[in-house]
Design a binder for this molecule. Structure first.
Ligand SMILES: *Cc1c(COP(=O)(O)O)cnc(C)c1O
Length: 397
């Protein structure tokens, strides 16, 4: 039995994503004094450029935390015990966010949705219109549902709130879309945007983010849920001078600084176009294999990941096991009620055409090796598409 595996591991789960070399180098820099002038300069530069990525001119709070922590922060800073939160409910991450809200003593109401489709915004609008007592204090939704590869329409949810004249806050999880799929905190009128470091931002896990609207800041002034570590207020005060009220994750901030440089050097429109191109190539491969993209609405296809439905009677986790063992590649599993029924291909973060080609080759070989009925040649469809698109590539003559 070998103790060494040649070549690099393919981490093609939809987060954490592959760590770029530039980010890995930034992480390994010597830790500096978090109360010194160099650190203050670093923080201020990061906060400035983070706004570009969230597409906002308002404050972005950074926590040393998982995305789950940033979920909690969004809730405890804006709501009071017993407040009703209406959750768009069409995937496992929406379910998990509800559990956090429930644990905090909020009243959780769900707007049920089909896991293979985006949230029904008309249903959201009628529920808001029916809420004459203005019981619902916040609407919470996941932008890119990582468990299914379905994108929910945040701008349309905003429009539903506006049309119904409802004053509920809009809380949006962009943990797997920020830095991969176009997202506009300010233009879409989102009150709290929740993000994490380990997906489109190309960092290791460990940072959580809240982007805030003026209305969210206002709500924080009267929100009654107990909070201490997650309180935005001391962070915002210290941030003004480039500091934090505790020891921040200094090396992750070095890495964030580098990742922001990479995103802005490539250009956000180019980043989004690259993800769209890789997403389309992936879906062509899936169809070429004769398999189904789990998302059934082409307008809601995720450009960050693709969930692939398994043929009936075949276990997605067995396929994933074979692919890991034979080809050293990790793919995402089906979460919650779709466990075993689908596998997920992450195509977000630091990857290009050839990374994706290798990924798709691993899957096609895995399908064959594990005896899953399919048509070979899906990879060819993807390659043909990739060869004929993306003429804006800087290395292309
Ligand atoms: C990954 C993910 C989370 C959870 O983030 P953690 O860092 O694991 O807590 C939440 N929501 C979405 C949409 C995600 O993709």
């Amino acid at each position: 039995m070998s103790t060494f595996t040649a070549g690099r591991h393919f981490l093609q789960i939809p987060g954490p994503t592959n760590l770029p070399e530039r980010v890995a180098r930034a992480l390994s820099r010597s830790t500096i004094d978090h109360r010194g002038p160099a650190f203050a300069r670093l923080t201020l530069e990061i906060l400035d450029r983070l706004q570009l990525v969230f597409q906002t001119q308002g404050p972005v709070v950074i926590f040393p935390s998982s995305g789950t922590g940033a979920w909690e922060a969004a809730l405890v800073n804006t709501l009071s015990p017993g407040d009703r939160v209406l959750f768009g409910d069409n995937g496992q991450f929406a379910v998990n966010w509800q559990k956090v809200a429930f644990g905090l003593g909020l009243t959780v109401e769900t707007l049920p949705g089909d896991w293979r489709c985006p949230l029904d915004v008309a249903a959201l609008e009628s529920r808001l219109a029916a809420d004459r007592g203005r019981d619902i204090r916040a609407v919470a939704m996941v932008h890119n549902e990582t468990s299914t590869g379905v994108v929910n329409d945040v701008a349309a949810a905003r429009a539903a709130l506006d049309r119904s004249g409802h004053d509920a806050l809009l809380l949006v999880d962009v943990i797997s879309s920020l830095g991969a799929i176009d997202y506009r905190h300010e233009e879409w009128g989102v009150d709290v945007t929740v993000a994490g470091s380990q997906k489109g931002l190309m960092l290791p896990p460990g940072l959580g983010f809240n982007a805030l609207s003026p209305k969210a800041l206002d709500a924080a002034g009267s929100a009654g849920l107990p909070r201490s570590y997650w309180d935005w207020k001391p962070v915002l005060e210290f941030n003004e001078r480039g500091f934090f009220p505790y020891t921040p994750a200094i090396n992750l901030l070095f890495a964030l600084d580098e990742a922001l440089s990479m995103l802005l050097e490539e250009g956000l429109p180019q980043v989004f176009a690259r993800h769209a191109r890789l997403g389309e190539a992936t879906r062509r491969a899936v169809r070429g294999w004769g398999l189904d993209v789990f998302c059934q609405d082409p307008c809601a296809y995720s450009q960050a990941l693709t969930a692939v439905a398994m043929p009936a009677g075949y276990d997605a986790d067995e396929l994933r096991r074979v692919i890991l063992e034979r080809f050293d590649m990790s793919l995402g599993s089906g979460l919650g009620k779709v466990k075993g029924m689908l596998f997920r291909i992450g195509h977000l973060g630091d990857l290009n055409e050839l990374t994706l080609a290798g990924t798709l080759c691993g899957i096609e070989m895995g399908l064959a090796a594990s005896g899953v009925p399919h048509t070979s040649g899906g990879v060819g469809r993807a390659l043909e598409f990739l060869a004929n698109s993306g003429a804006d590539h800087p290395n292309r003559p």
